[in-house]
Design a protein around this ligand. Structure first.
Ligand code: ADP
Ligand code: MG
Length: 452
């Protein structure tokens, strides 16, 4: 995504942000303040635009005083300010993915009894539209465990989409920033097996005391509690005790509580009583960002077309994205070859390439312009009216999906545009296909015309 979609901050808010960045924790600043924009209106009132209501509420609750102080300091006297939610176009531009080029700072190993893995941190979690809400909720809870309305926080999403990463990042953050808080992380399987061995060893009291001594209880993959009635019963009591004491509970599952079969009704309703946030599959751009982040961390050198090749073909699972990198780097050191596109296609090709029905770009351009009622010459022209631009982007998107042509080749066939224009077009269309049913139907119709 280009940065041209970003609106300009007024100088006053820009300076306030500098002031705030020196006083707030880095991760808090990134989450709550980075995606905001300030506008000073004629009446001397500062409007602060934020991407969603959640962030607005959070800033109002927790950072009202810091914002007031910043304004007073920068402006020289207090000013009224308002928090407003941006329109969705702008919010999208503002939450643009950021890369942190600095290496991750590793902390001392977490106490092993807590079950935390220091690899999972907020700093290494790439945020895009698809996971922004769950991420913000997780940071909120990490900053003020047990003191938010988000208790329990329930995060759900498909496999490999970052549930474990996020729940552990909460744990690591609290562990480092609130050393007096006792954080316990367990998968539901671990909880179950602890309980079963406590039963057979006659140490149920010890088990209960251990789990109920948590200030923060993180339970991963609670879908595995399904059908285990006595464990559910045990967990229900632990949950209630902690809840009554105002302790923080975070749970993850591969589906929404209401879709989890084999869990008792009373558990389901308790699980849904705080905040339920989902993790969606990442879009193309975020997949690229995640791969880039990993290559930097691991010191693997990958050309852009290889990154794109992987991100383009592995669409629904971040763990698989990472698996591709691991395999490539293992093979390349084994064969002592640099990784280029041919190499990547040879090593990964069979597993990850989606079968493609061969079409030619000319066919796609012709059919798409007919479909959108525009002159076919416009496909390669410089003209940028909205209808022409849309038809061109759709044709690029279809060329990527249904031909074996490289990004560079596609760009060249559309009037000598470069590969980043093609990536931009594909991302845009992919997002609309994912979120607008009418548009999705249109593309499906056009695709069926092309393939038949
Ligand atoms: P889940 O628990 O949902 O199955 P994980 O949390 O284990 O998924 O994530 C799978 C892998 O993908 C992990 O290595 C994790 O670090 C990585 N990952 C997931 N989401 C992100 C993200 N948003 N940014 C960077 N890495 C991610
Ligand atoms: Mg997991």
């Amino acid at each position: 995504m280009s940065s041209s979609g970003k609106s300009i901050n007024c100088k006053l808010w820009e300076d306030c942000l500098n002031y705030i960045s020196l006083r707030a924790k880095k991760s808090s600043f990134q989450t709550w303040f980075k995606p905001t924009r300030g506008e000073l209106n004629g009446d001397g009132e500062l409007k602060i635009f934020v991407p969603n209501q959640f962030i607005a509420d959070w800033l109002m609750d927790r950072y009202h005083d810091l914002i007031s102080d910043a304004i007073k300091e920068v402006h020289g006297s207090p000013l009224l300010f308002q928090l407003l939610v941006m329109d969705s176009q702008e919010a999208k531009a503002q939450t643009e993915i950021e890369f942190h080029r600095r290496p991750l700072t590793l902390v001392k190993p977490s106490g092993s009894g807590y079950g935390l893995n220091e690899r999972y941190r907020f700093e290494s979690f790439v945020v895009g539209n698809f996971n922004q809400f769950a991420h913000a909720a997780a940071v909120a809870v990490a900053e003020a465990p047990g003191k938010t309305k988000y208790n329990p926080l329930f995060i759900y999403g498909g496999t490999g989409l970052g549930k474990t990463h996020l729940i552990q990042a909460i744990g690591n953050y609290i562990y480092e920033n609130s050393p007096n808080k006792r954080v316990i992380y367990a998968t539901s399987e671990r909880f179950t097996s602890d309980f079963i061995s406590a039963l057979s060893n006659g140490t149920v009291t010890g088990f209960t005391t251990q789990y109920r001594s948590a200030d923060v209880l993180l339970v991963d993959d609670i879908q595995f509690f399904s059908g285990k009635e006595s464990t559910q019963e045990q967990f229900f009591h632990t949950f209630n005790d902690l809840d009554q004491l105002g302790k923080q509970i975070v749970l993850t599952s591969d589906r929404h509580p209401k879709d989890t079969k084999g869990l008792e009704e009373r558990l389901l309703s308790r699980f849904s009583s705080g905040l339920v946030a989902d993790l969606q599959p990442p879009d193309l751009e975020t997949r690229m960002a995640i791969l880039r982040r990993r290559t930097e961390q691991e010191g693997i050198k990958l050309p852009e077309d290889v990154l794109f090749f992987i991100a383009d073909n592995v669409t629904s699972n971040i763990r698989e994205l990472e698996g591709c990198l691991t395999r490539l780097s293992a093979y390349s050191s084994l064969e002592k070859t640099a990784i280029d596109l041919d190499f990547a296609m040879r090593i990964l090709g069979k597993e990850i390439i989606r079968p493609k029905r061969e079409l030619t770009i000319s066919e796609i351009k012709k059919r798409t312009s007919e479909f959108f009622h525009i002159d076919p010459a416009m496909m390669t022209a410089k003209k940028k009216t909205a209808d022409v631009a849309l038809a061109r982007q759709v044709a690029m998107y279809l060329s990527r999906k249904h031909t074996a042509c490289s990004l560079k080749g596609i760009g060249e066939s559309f009037g000598g545009r470069d590969h980043s224009t093609v990536i931009h077009a594909c991302t845009l269309i992919e997002k609309r296909v994912a979120s607008e049913s009418e548009f999705r139907e249109k593309i499906r119709h056009l695709t069926s015309l092309l393939l038949n």
